[in-house]
Design a binder for this molecule. Structure first.
Ligand SMILES: Cc1cc2nc3c(=O)[nH]c(=O)nc-3n(C[C@H](O)[C@H](O)[C@H](O)COP(=O)(O)OP(=O)(O)OC[C@H]3O[C@@H](n4cnc5c(N)ncnc54)[C@H](O)[C@@H]3O)c2cc1C
Length: 377
């Protein structure tokens, strides 16, 4: 089949290489002028690592990440628990995505600076329209264009009713130095605000990701920085020393995103199918975005190989299988974030049933065996 993949993020790059190795004629386009570099942090787990391995990209993933340190959680300064996440790794998001897309571009035709703006479904084919006025015909379009997917809006419909938001915003801040002089990761909860601190793997700096309930309103970066320093102040003397560093951060260097989950029932239309965040964004805070995007890409490739002449049936099976682990992950992530940024610790009890469902769904995850992986490196 002649296949267009829209988006060269983790999901798009992975599915492009898998489909190409399965014998399809694959092209990738990405609206960004070039592959990303640097960026904030991305945590990925052992399932993501297994799929990187199947792609032959183990050394790329290892080169751009380090094992996730022990994570300790404190509520109002009191230590709740510490845990390690076996097999999980921390990467600079842009650096990892950039390296993966460059690796895939060695095999698959990939063009940056080309934005998809329209899709025309025809009998027996599908046409992609680009911002530069050009158009091209394909057998299948795979929409891997992220949480604000254009492909999704064009073929499935508007975001209303499909995108779940709960009024929480994330504030992403790079702070020089490490928290309390350690290389541990720490989650501080106080005042209905959650602050996650993760040390950068490649420099003396810490990612501070603050989550706060903003409702429908808009919070300015300076107000969000103030909320983070309040949490540090309430968490004990060892953390108070970090306040000065947070205060010195230029608010314009920070980034604000809204808690967003894509919960649509349908992930495909005739000759168009969505993968990664475009289909099922879990939310960056879950640590499961790469897991979901990579596993979904492998499942879609496997299902298309089973019935190459029936894209619709393959897309239906892919959606059913992928949703089995995505939906519990979404419910658990939302419950955890809402409990930790709501009123009162007792609400944590509401998280337990979702945690149980999510754990069961992970235990049942099977990474498809890779018929598309001719070699490892
Ligand atoms: C700041 C931040 C931190 C995150 N941290 C984590 C984390 O710790 N753990 C985790 O698991 N996940 C995290 N995530 C989410 C994770 O990165 C994604 O879930 C995962 O990488 C899968 O993304 P994707 O490939 O589906 O989409 P994306 O990575 O969003 O890629 C989409 C691509 O599509 C391109 N595109 C968009 N529109 C068009 C168009 N019209 N035409 C052509 N191209 C287009 C974009 O340029 C982009 O390159 C984070 C996300 C962000 C933003």
């Amino acid at each position: 089949m002649k296949i267009l993949v829209v988006g060269a993020g983790i999901a798009g790059s992975a599915v492009a290489l898998m489909l190409s190795r399965s014998g399809h004629d694959v092209t990738v386009v990405d609206a960004a002028p070039e592959p990303p570099t640097g960026g904030f942090l991305l945590l990925f787990d052992s399932v993501a690592m297994e799929v990187f391995g199947q792609l032959g990209a183990t050394s790329i993933a290892e080169q751009h990440s380090v094992p996730t340190p022990e994570i300790s959680i404190r509520i109002n300064g009191r230590r709740l628990t510490s845990f390690t996440w076996p097999g999980a790794r921390l990467a600079r998001r842009g650096a990892l995505i950039g390296a993966l897309s460059r690796y895939v571009a060695e095999t698959v035709s990939m063009t940056f600076g080309r934005k998809l703006t329209g899709i025309e479904q025809r009998l027996g084919s599908v046409q992609a329209h680009y911002e530069d006025g050009s158009h091209e015909t394909y057998d299948l379009i795979v929409g891997a264009d992220g949480v604000n997917s254009t492909v999704r809006r064009l073929v499935i419909g508007p975001d209303d009713g499909m995108v779940y938001r709960n009024g929480r915003v994330h504030h992403w801040i790079r702070v020089p130095g490490t928290l309390a002089g350690t290389s541990r990761a720490t989650v501080l909860l106080a005042n209905g605000v959650q602050c996650q601190f993760f040390p950068y793997p490649d420099q003396d700096a810490t990612l501070l990701a603050t989550v706060i309930h903003a409702g429908d309103g808009r919070l300015e970066p300076a107000e969000l920085l103030q909320a983070s320093t309040d949490v540090l102040r309430r968490s004990g003397r060892e953390y108070a020393a970090f306040i000065e560093r947070v205060n010195a951060v230029d608010p314009d260097s920070t980034r604000i995103t809204r808690f967003t989950q894509v919960r649509g029932e349908r992930w495909h239309a005739p000759r168009v199918v969505l993968v990664g965040d475009a289909a099922h964004c879990i939310d960056p805070l879950s640590g499961l975005g790469a897991h979901g995007g990579l596993l979904g890409a492998a499942i879609l490739t496997e299902e298309l190989s089973r019935t190459p002449r029936d894209i619709w049936a393959a897309s239906e099976r892919y959606t059913r299988r992928t949703r089995r682990f995505v939906r519990p992950s979404q419910l658990f992530t939302a419950a955890l974030v809402e409990a930790s940024t709501g009123k009162g610790i007792r609400r944590y009890r509401t998280v337990v049933p979702d945690l149980v469902r999510a754990s069961i769904s992970y235990r049942n995850v099977r990474v498809p065996s890779a018929s598309y992986a001719p070699h490892r490196r």
